[in-house]
Design a protein around this ligand. Structure first.
Ligand code: ZN
Ligand code: ZN
Length: 255
């Protein structure tokens, strides 16, 4: 299994792209602005999008992706997986004929170019041997993370998340975790804002990682532009014995 970081920033500008990860060449975890760097052939190979939640930085490229691939998707629709609350928001607030056409009913409602597949935390899906499980997380809107297992190797992605017990319990229920991509949007100076906006800061993340029985390599994502070095320094101070890495667009991991 290959995991490619297309975008992992909290913002845009210069090299910054918002959240999107590509698993092999056919699955996206979130659909932020990093997706816009893929060429048309690579876009056409994407069959499934697993969304963590409906915030703009995670879905910005989804409406444009479906539009770009419209003619190719008529025989084989793009499948979007997310919690029901997230899909409801996309339907009412984006694919509503005002912000963007309703691609769930185009070119006709019986054979749309995009299909929504609701998923609940704990549900698992098998896609060509890659076992994808939705994980419970805590954010300000309906949200989820994902764990993907392939040939014994396991990867997990938190999406946007703040302090909770459920995510860590769900990961501990398995006997292996090789790599974790987890957000840390704020520095400890903004711990109160992190908590209120449903994000981690280094102190909150270090406390939660104590709940995890596994020792995965950890990729840190969703850093605020300009704050990256500060947040990484704080993380290093909180967790000197953890294998922590600041992710960048273009990073590729093979598990
Ligand atoms: Zn969010
Ligand atoms: Zn976000």
């Amino acid at each position: 299994m290959q995991i490619e970081i297309l975008g992992c920033s909290g913002g845009i500008g210069g090299v910054h792209r918002t959240t999107a990860l590509r698993v092999d060449d056919d699955i996206l975890l979130d659909c932020g602005t990093g997706v816009g760097d893929l060429d048309e052939a690579a876009l056409a190979r994407i069959r499934h999008v697993f969304l963590s939640h409906p915030h703009m930085d995670h879905v910005a490229c989804l409406p444009l992706l479906v539009d770009t691939l419209f003619s190719r998707l008529q025989d084989d629709p793009l499948i979007v997986h997310a919690v029901p609350g997230c899909l409801d928001i996309l339907r009412s607030d984006i694919f509503n004929w005002r912000i963007w056409p309703d691609f769930l009913s185009l070119p006709n409602p019986d054979r749309p170019v995009m299909r929504f597949e609701p998923m609940e935390p704990g549900m698992r899906l098998d896609l060509d041997g890659r076992r994808i499980e939705m994980l419970p997380v805590r954010h300000t809107v309906p949200a989820a993370g994902y764990r993907i297992e392939h040939q014994g190797a396991a990867f997990a992605y938190s999406g946007d998340c703040t302090s909770n017990d459920e995510l860590w319990a769900a990961l501990n229920a398995h006997d292996r975790l090789d790599m974790l991509v987890v957000e840390c949007a704020f520095s400890d100076d903004e711990a109160d804002l992190a908590r209120r906006s449903g994000h981690y800061c280094p102190g909150l993340l270090a406390a939660d990682l104590e709940k995890l029985v596994h020792r995965p390599s950890i990729g840190v994502t969703h850093l605020k532009p300009g704050e990256e070095a500060k947040v990484m320094q704080e993380l290093g101070r909180c967790m000197p014995d953890r294998e922590l890495r600041r992710l960048s667009s273009g990073d590729v991991f093979r598990l």
